[in-house]
Design a protein around this ligand. Structure first.
Ligand code: FES
Length: 134
């Protein structure tokens, strides 16, 4: 893992998170936890016409999971549900600009799993294995 790049952007977003807190009236919401470490995130979406008009997160966890929650929610506001449902691990890693390696991958994908789950549940679609295994 490149700790320098990790330190710069993720630590900044961990210490100054964007979009942290609950939405007043979310019309989609999903929770994910990493059982091995206890870190958790809840995603709240405000969806209009298939577009995510607003997005917030709440949770607790490590620098990677919470920093990524901040960066990812910022990047996915204004995007369509279908875009989020197919947003994959490769795109996420480019966005956060680190390679967390296999041990910390579950940290980096925590918020994305919750985001995809919220989008799929809003559209009454089943949670696919790709989302579960991110
Ligand atoms: Fe738990 Fe990172 S150590 S999500």
């Amino acid at each position: 893992m490149n700790l320098d790049m990790y330190a710069e952007e993720l630590i900044y977003n961990y210490e100054h998170p964007k979009n942290k807190g609950e939405l007043g009236r979310p019309n989609a919401k999903a929770h994910e936890e990493n059982i091995s470490c206890g870190d958790k995130v809840t995603i709240y979406l405000s969806v209009e016409g298939g577009i995510v008009k607003d997005v917030r997160f709440n949770g607790s966890g490590c620098v990677i999971s919470m920093g990524t929650s901040s960066i990812l929610t910022e990047a996915l506001r204004g995007k369509s549900l279908s875009y989020i449902e197919t947003y994959g691990r490769d795109r996420l890693l480019k966005l956060i600009n680190i390679d967390p390696g296999p041990v910390r991958m579950h940290c980096a994908t925590l918020a994305l799993r919750a985001l995809r789950k919220a989008a799929l549940e809003y559209e009454h679609k089943p949670i696919d294995s790709e989302t579960r295994d991110l």
